[in-house]
Design a protein around this ligand. Sequence first.
Ligand code: NAD
Length: 378
Amino acid sequence: MVTIAVTAEGPDEPRVAVSPETVRKLTGLGATVRVETGAGRRARFSDDALKAAGAEIASTAAEAVSGADVLLKVRRPSVDEVRGLKPGAVVAAILDPYDRAGLDPLAGTNANLFSMEFMPRTTRAQSMDVLSSQANLAGYKAVVDAASLFGQALPMMMTPAGTVPATKVFIMGVGVAGLQAIATARRLGAIVSATDVRPATKEQVASLGAKFVAVEDDEFKEAQTAAGYAKPMSAEYQAKQAELIADHIKIQDIVITTALIPGRPAPRLITRAMVDSMKPGSVIVDLAAERGGNCEATVPGETVEVSDVKIVGPLNLAGTIPVNASSLYAKNLYAFLELFFDKKDKSFRIDWDDDIVKGTLVARDGQIVHPSLAPQSA
Ligand code: NAD
């Protein structure tokens, strides 16, 4: 019988890696699910609800992991937690694998470490894609937070007392978070525009009723990798883009930035001079804050005011909606673990040749094995 352990996250992480729904599904596969007491509290999954779904409640993290075959987490577990598992156990979490100082000691435990942020962007892996499930919520919350900080209403309102003009919202980076930010800002009645370096986004922006703003030269036409991500752009392109953005940003009220390039610091898209050019009372929410920020004036984890512009640098926006974020994250993990279960004989085994296993496995037998963590690409 396979035992799956779930322990509580640290003080800065309100999400949890399991929900009553996934406990039911995992026990349905023949597994025992052992959850540390209180682990789901901040996501409103009480011990009682998890127990009613079939989980065992452990009184400490050490008890939860003791001899377990699998550990599910949101963030990187501690080395002690992983050492408590069976030798060669499976650990699935957002491991932040480029931070080698944190990853290497975990790899040293000989556990099989799976990094959920490396999930391939394929149709088959869509239900396991934690970056998408969390970015979607973050894109929504960025607009809601910006709207609440902005001292004006978003939709145009025609009233007997006068007309309230619609707010202008500009979204920079149209991936999963950016698309949801566009949709949310449109629902709130704002006039929305958006930019990205990947040409495929132009049509997506238009289909959501927003205006696309970008330098569309030959480099732009080639800016998407085979994996669907953005390539780092040349200095020439960035200069042309910056000129266009500088003109556009002056007349915006709210800017949501989400631009990322895998494994690199976030591209700098908003300079201090651009911030200075914005209208007083404008708001920037920088979703790339965790990776250094798209705005030069962003302070990760803080809200600062520069030239009368509020700049928000959230570090875990999906975590501010922990109920939905945990439900979706837990479902992603369930879909991933389902790969390891043989439905007929209820056995648990890893198919090392599976694309999803190969794509997410970062460490095995004490070695870092993922190609994107090899010395030449580090
Ligand atoms: P991401 O978080 O890596 O980046 C966010 C956005 O920033 C991207 O759209 C990127 O093009 C953009 N960006 C990077 N540099 C920029 C710059 N200098 N200026 C402006 N924008 C810049 O992206 P993501 O949300 O993870 O999505 C990446 C792609 O993967 C998208 O095409 C998305 O639709 C696709 N996707 C596919 C699947 C699937 O098929 N299963 C699942 C999820 C996402």
